[in-house]
Design a protein around this ligand. Structure first.
Ligand code: SAH
Ligand code: SF4
Length: 362
């Protein structure tokens, strides 16, 4: 794909409407003297028709359109590079501030899942994760999060694939709960029937467990599917591979997840527990038994993830035989246990392989 970044001379003081959820857009429009329902009309133009030109929004009065042209714009950075896997997975790169973030499209029967990034890099330095190894630059804005879905739908249309994004997973670059305000606003747009209108059961937020932010998500009444990156059956192992565990330990994460579960309809009574299978680190029979005891009071389904390799890492994935034995111990204890199919490995698009191009600022 040729580099076709839209080089618009956009003044920094003008506001990109992709940064505003419905509530914010309504306040903004009311301040311009627009009608109460203009927010819904404009969102319809943006998220249904992918329209960036206020002059085409003929159900909005000329006076308001002129004001919008003066002080706002609609802009989503285009994908500058595309890599296609032999399994149909596509990885797209977006250039932001001379850096690159990655977005992954995973087609599956009727489902079209988009794995989106929430930060440029990640500050949490989990030792098994390529993103964590690359460092952290900054949080993505709401529009930079939303643009990934906006552009994906446009590109799929251009490719005549007759599909649009049906599922979103926050499993790309970054820790979404460390960018909680922008992620909440983006989630509102994703779930809003005047935005992308996705079902809460089709939106998953994966987190390493930032407890205060998880509580904030619950208090904001944002109901989506939750996936907890647990990856260890005890604090000792988790401390070794996920430094963030020293701040928020397993007990506090499970407690906060349980409270989230109590209010959530999206999760259908079960949180997803993600567990990356690392050879000789967390994959013994004893580890499986311990995990089962740990999750005894936590209604959950367990996702075992074969570890995806990246350059210069000393980890190895558990082999399939070991993963199957581990899974069967959990199944015998009554846990729904799935071994995750890793898609897009040949283009480094699988879980934990996204590195983009980051200027580390920490
Ligand atoms: N920061 C969030 C979301 C992004 S990572 C989180 O950690 O949950 C998405 C998932 O990929 C997480 O479960 C993460 O632990 C897992 N992951 C990271 N590196 C991996 C690797 N090399 N192989 C397999 N899974 C990995
Ligand atoms: Fe960050 Fe998640 Fe990678 Fe850990 S696994 S470094 S939290 S992106």
């Amino acid at each position: 794909m040729k580099n076709n970044i839209n080089i618009l001379n956009i003044s920094k003081s003008r506001i990109n409407l992709l940064n505003l959820n419905r509530q914010d857009l309504r306040c903004f429009l009311l301040s311009l003297g627009a009608k109460n329902f203009s927010a819904e009309q404009i969102m319809n133009w943006i998220y249904n028709y992918y329209c960036q030109d206020f002059n085409k929004m003929l159900n909005i009065s000329l006076k308001i359109r002129n004001k919008l042209n003066d002080i706002s714009y609609i802009f989503a950075p285009k994908f500058i590079e595309e890599r296609i896997s032999c399994d149909g997975t596509i990885k797209w790169l977006t250039s932001i501030d001379d850096q690159k973030i990655e977005t992954v499209y995973i087609p599956e029967n009727k489902r079209s899942t988009l794995c989106i990034s929430s930060q440029i890099g990640c500050s949490l330095k989990c030792s098994f994760c390529a993103t964590g190894k690359k460092g952290f630059s900054r949080n993505l804005t709401v529009s930079e999060i939303i643009s990934q879905i906006w552009q994906a739908n446009q590109v799929l249309k251009q490719k005549n694939l007759n599909r649009c994004i049906t599922n979103i997973v926050f499993m790309g670059m970054g820790e979404p709960l460390l960018n909680i305000n922008n992620v909440i606003s983006a989630l509102k747009i994703i779930l809003d029937k005047h935005g992308f209108g996705l079902s809460k059961r089709h939106v998953t937020l994966s987190t390493s467990g930032i407890v205060p932010a998880l509580n904030k998500l619950r208090h904001s009444m944002i109901d989506v599917c939750l996936a907890i990156s647990l990856h260890a059956p005890n604090d000792y192992i988790r401390n070794l591979i996920m430094p963030v565990n020293k701040k928020y330990n397993i007990a506090s994460i499970l407690d906060s997840s349980l409270q989230y579960l109590k209010f959530s309809y999206a999760n259908r009574g079960k949180i997803t527990i993600e567990y990356v299978m690392l050879d000789r680190i967390n994959d013994s029979n004893q580890n499986a038994e311990q995990l089962a005891i740990l999750l005894n009071k936590m209604p959950s389904k367990i996702n075992l993830i074969p570890w995806n390799s990246f350059f210069n890492s000393s980890f190895r994935s558990s082999n399939m035989n070991r993963i199957n034995i581990f899974a069967n111990i959990l199944r015998k204890k009554g846990f729904i246990t799935v071994i995750r199919k890793n898609r897009g490995r040949d283009i480094n698009a699988a879980c934990g392989q996204l590195t983009g191009n980051i200027i580390n600022r920490i």
